[in-house]
Ligand binder design. Sequence first.
Ligand code: ATP
Ligand code: MG
Length: 275
Amino acid sequence: MRSIAVINQKGGVGKTTSSVNLAAALAEAGKRVCLLDLDPQAHASLHLGITAVDGDASMYEVLCGNASLEQARRVINENLSVVPSNLDLAAAELELAGEVGREMILRDRMQEEEDSEYDYLILDCPPSLGVLTVNALVAVSEVFLPLQPHFLALHGLSKLLRTIEVVSRRLNGSLRLSGVMLCMYDSNTRLAAEVTTDIEEFFQASKGGREFFRQAKFFDTRIRRNIRLAEAPSFGKSIFQYAPHSNGAADYQGLADEVLAQESCNAVHTRKAAA
Ligand SMILES: Nc1ncnc2c1ncn2[C@@H]1O[C@H](COP(=O)(O)OP(=O)(O)OP(=O)(O)O)[C@@H](O)[C@H]1O
Ligand SMILES: [Mg+2]
């Protein structure tokens, strides 16, 4: 099973759009996928047409110990389910602040379901590096980083990488940054191409000596700006249900193909490590 947190503390860079549509594409490809909504804004839940109302188990109840992931899970289709969130989750940030081991709660909940039937767990994170995001980093083995190629794209990236590094050193030795993707890409602007080069150079330059992102893949697929991707959430549908012939669907399909291709690379690394 792969567990992937989609993280960037910057708001509006494409975390939710990528989490939902990547999850949907992997599910279409026959993988069994569960999307965990860790954002009190609940955009990922809404994108898939789920509203967690009072009384329903949601991510808040899971983190407060009042429900298991299994109890909070909602089935979207044969291969895709979601653990929804709602605004209550904002309170969890405060309620958990004084608890010992608060960073490990989600990991413990996920370990309770060790024999889970999923191939992929995808965690959509909020735009902050608070206790919810740290819970995600402790619970997963991979991070995907969506970036929007504008001139502030690299701003704050060092802090984010430092956070991942500290968590990988202190709390979760198996944590790796394994993918970087460009979202809302304007292919006909010079700025996008220039910023893309800057980002590539930044990652090449920072790789030396940093074990946790040596394997990071800068995905070749660029997620182009596409209005269909912005429309789909209001219909509670993934891009594959809402506009299967759009550029948005093609791009997320391309990204999913690259993510699936990583499976065979991972298998080779695992075999080499075992040898
Ligand atoms: N490729 C795209 N083309 C057009 N619109 C997009 C694209 N990707 C995302 N959007 C839109 O941009 C907005 C921000 O995207 P999204 O919600 O995925 O970002 P986010 O990083 O999850 O934001 P937040 O930090 O608030 O959680 C949304 O309205 C979304 O529909
Ligand atoms: Mg979001």
